[in-house]
Design a protein around this ligand. Structure first.
Ligand code: GDP
Ligand code: ZN
Length: 351
C-alpha cells in the first residue's frame, strides 16, 4: 500500500496494549487525511467516544523521539503524542476497525502517577493525571471524614487537585444538610479543595462535576458503595468504567491491571484505574504527612522546634491551633491517627 505523508496531529493516549496504542485525536484533524481507495470510516468506531473525537490505532515509529525516557515504557496512557495518521484501518483489541497511525513523538509530561521509585516495572502509570475526584457518601454508608482525610493526603502526596463529591445528598433532610454538610463544605473549601454536594440519583450537582472535570485528567477514588459508578453514569450515560474498590491504606495487595482513559462529552478525561490502589499511590513517594495537611503545613514554621511532629512537643503552633479551634479538631485528629499509620510512619520524621 502506498503510504501518503499525512500531516502530524496531536493526540492523547487512551489505552496501551502490547505494541499498540489507542490515541484520541480531534476528528476534524482527520477529516483532511486521505484514505486509500475503497476504505470508508467505520461508523461504529467511536463507540462510547464523544462527538468530535476520533481514535487512531497506533504503533511507535522506530525513530521515535524519546528524549531521556527509558525504552522500557516509552509511552504511557495519558501521554500527549504527535501522530502521523495512515490511510489504512486496523482492528483493535476489541475488534473495532480503527484508523491507523504512527506515534512519532512523545510530548513532555506534566506529571506521572504510579511510577515506582523502586524501579518495579509492573506499576500502572497515568501520565498527566492532575485531579482526584474523591467520592464520599453522606448516608448508606454514613460519611466518614477520617477516610476522606486519608484520601486527601493521597491526593496531596500525589500532587493532584482534589475534588470532593459528597454524594447521596438526596438522602438528607434540608436541616441535616445545613448542619452537617454545609460546615464541611466550608471547612474543606477553605483548605483549597473543591467540595461539591451531589446526588447521582437526582442529578443534583452533576453539572458542577462535569464542569470540574473539563480540561483535566481525573481519577475517581472512593470506597465501595459510595456511588462512583452511579456518578460516572450520571456524568456521562453509557460510559461504563471498571471502577475498582479502593482499599484502605496499609492493607494493600498489588494488582496490575490495565488502565485506560475515557474522553468526556464535557471535555477532559476520566481514568479507569482498577489497579491504582491507595497503596500503589503511596509507595511512589515519601509521604511528608504534615505537608499533606494544608492547615498544618501553614502553621508549622511557627512551631518552637523545626523538627516538630506536632504531636507532643512544647511550643507547637499546630497543637495550640487545634486547642483554640483555629484549625478543625477532627482534621487534627485525622493527622494524629495517620501519624500512627504503618504506611506513613517511616517518613514522618521530616516535615
Ligand atoms: P460504587 O461501588 O462506588 O461504584 O457505588 P455504586 O455506584 O455501585 O452505588 C452503590 C449504591 O448506592 C447503589 O445501590 C446505588 O444505587 C446507590 N447510590 C449511588 N448514588 C446514589 C445517590 O446519589 N443517592 C442514593 N439514594 N443512592 C445512590
Ligand atoms: Zn508543631
Amino acid at each position: 500500500m502506498i503510504e501518503t505523508q499525512n500531516e502530524l496531529v496531536t493526540g492523547t493516549v487512551l489505552r496501551a496494549s502490547g505494541a499498540w496504542y489507542e490515541v484520541d485525536v480531534p476528528a476534524e484533524q482527520l477529516a483532511q487525511v486521505s484514505l486509500s481507495q475503497g476504505e470508508v470510516p467505520d461508523k461504529d468506531v467511536p463507540e462510547g467516544v464523544p462527538a468530535g473525537h476520533a481514535i487512531l490505532l497506533c504503533t511507535l515509529r522506530g525513530k521515535l523521539k524519546l528524549g531521556k525516557r527509558e525504552a522500557a515504557q516509552p509511552v504511557s496512557v495519558g501521554d500527549q503524542v504527535r501522530v502521523r495518521p495512515l490511510s489504512s484501518f486496523g482492528p483493535d483489541a476489541r475488534g473495532r476497525r480503527l484508523r491507523e497511525g504512527y506515534i512519532e513523538e512523545v510530548l513532555p509530561r506534566r506529571s506521572s502517577l504510579g511510577r515506582s521509585r523502586y524501579g518495579k516495572t509492573n506499576q500502572i502509570t497515568v501520565a498527566n493525571l492532575d485531579q482526584a475526584v474523591i467520592v464520599m457518601s453522606l448516608r448508606e454508608p454514613e460519611l466518614n471524614t477520617h477516610r476522606l482525610d486519608r484520601f486527601l493526603v493521597l491526593a496531596e502526596a500525589s500532587d493532584l487537585q482534589a475534588v470532593i463529591c459528597f454524594n447521596k445528598c438526596d438522602l438528607l433532610r434540608r436541616r441535616e444538610f445545613k448542619t452537617e454538610v454545609e460546615p464541611l463544605m466550608k471547612l474543606y473549601g477553605g483548605l483549597g479543595y473543591i467540595p461539591l454536594a451531589v446526588s447521582a440519583e437526582t442529578d443534583t450537582g452533576i453539572k458542577e462535576v462535569r464542569a470540574t472535570l473539563a480540561g483535566h485528567v481525573s481519577a475517581m477514588l472512593g470506597s465501595s458503595g459510595v456511588g462512583k459508578s452511579s456518578l460516572v453514569n450520571a456524568i456521562q450515560p453509557g460510559l461504563h468504567l471498571w471502577v475498582g474498590d479502593v482499599m484502605d491504606m496499609g492493607k494493600g495487595r498489588h494488582t496490575t491491571t490495565e488502565v485506560s482513559l475515557h474522553p468526556l462529552d464535557s471535555g477532559g478525561y476520566i481514568a479507569d484505574t482498577p489497579g491504582i490502589k491507595t497503596v500503589t499511590l503511596l509507595e511512589q513517594q515519601e509521604i511528608n504527612l504534615p505537608q499533606c495537611f494544608p492547615e498544618i503545613a501553614r502553621l508549622a514554621p511557627e512551631c518552637r522546634f523545626n523538627n516538630c511532629t506536632h504531636i507532643h512537643e512544647p511550643g507547637c503552633a499546630v497543637r495550640a491551633a487545634a486547642e483554640s479551634g483555629a484549625i478543625a479538631q477532627a482534621r487534627y485528629d485525622s493527622y494524629l491517627k495517620m501519624s500512627n499509620d504503618e504506611v506513613l510512619r517511616p517518613t514522618n520524621r521530616n516535615r
